[in-house]
Design a protein around this ligand. Sequence first.
Ligand code: GDP
Ligand code: MN
Length: 376
Amino acid sequence: MKLYEFQGKEIFKKYGIPVQSGFLIYANDEVKHFTPPLVLKAQVLVGGRGKAGGIKVWDGSIDVSKIINELFALKIKKEKVNAILALEKVDILREIYISITFNKSRSIHVLIAGTSGGIDIEKTAKLNKEKIHFVEIDPFLGISEYQIRGIAKKINIKSYLEFKKIIMAMYNIFKEYDATLVEINPLAMTPDGLIAIDSKINLDDHSYFRHEELFKKFKKEKKLIQGKGLDISKSRDDTITYVPLSGNIGVISDGAGTGLFTLDLISKFGGTVANYCELGGITNSEAMLKSLKMVTGDSMIKSILVVLIGGFNRMDEMAKGIIKFKKEFNKDIPIFIRMCGTKEEVGKQLMRNANIPVYNSLNDIVEKAVNKAMES
Ligand code: GDP
Ligand code: MN
């Protein structure tokens, strides 16, 4: 799960990493009396906001609501802006890049530091490799003092203690939150010391069971920002299993094996799963309808995979559920369906009559769904 900047900064604050003070503005909020200078930052999950015009400075010379409206009208890589983080503007003397992530092939943590951070870090990583430094961290030993000293020297940081405190806090967040990435870009040198200007934290979805409350809180905040979505919750007598994850593809299957196999394929094609619904038992059209509503309740959803291998489960019933969903909710989210097994021909005929395509190859539909999710 990717966290918004403001969510990441809440965690930073808790761990003693210096951040600017600020507040969040939602689209319908009244514009109060703000004091300049402020940096107004679009809260989106895609990168490259600065370059896309998603970061604006308000110096007090014009009406702040003009800037706010401009930001809310923005779409950054197709992501609509529904919340803005307003922060006290700080003077920046120098920008540094710091992150902690995995080196998966070596089963090791890695600290990455760049002499000059900021919005061109990708370019720097390609063109000025000598400016980026990697420090491998043994997960059992943790970060050692000498490693932090070494890196501070390489990127020319004089205030070692201050720097060390930030690195240790980042590493503690990385471990305690089961993060896959904790990034500060830029970590700014200011007249008042080091300050994290930006935050990027990605949490490992597999750790959901360890941080259930936390994931729920972040998801709730996401929903508040992204709005929409039908909020359908599971009832006790449902046979439906619903697993919320944090990618952008919804998956519905009628059996655990098929479902898990589909998740593997999605991963192979480079996609990420938003949520997973398993119908279970002997199901009917109502269960299919409900699971489609549950899956589309997640506003991150960009495409849906319905993978059915009917044993006890009848494809004519499944088709009825899908058709009803299309008719009643007419969401423009693309759905890729594969169905076979009991009453397959009847189900497929119903789908043809309703003009909803059904595919035969699981590989094909997974690839299609992943591509759709990536292009939007
Ligand atoms: P990103 O484009 O999504 O990475 O957004 P950042 O939060 O990293 O901001 C992009 C750039 O805007 C930073 O690298 C800074 O150069 C600039 N910036 C952001 N906040 C401030 C601030 O408070 N003061 C100054 N002087 N520059 C800022
Ligand atoms: Mn940044």
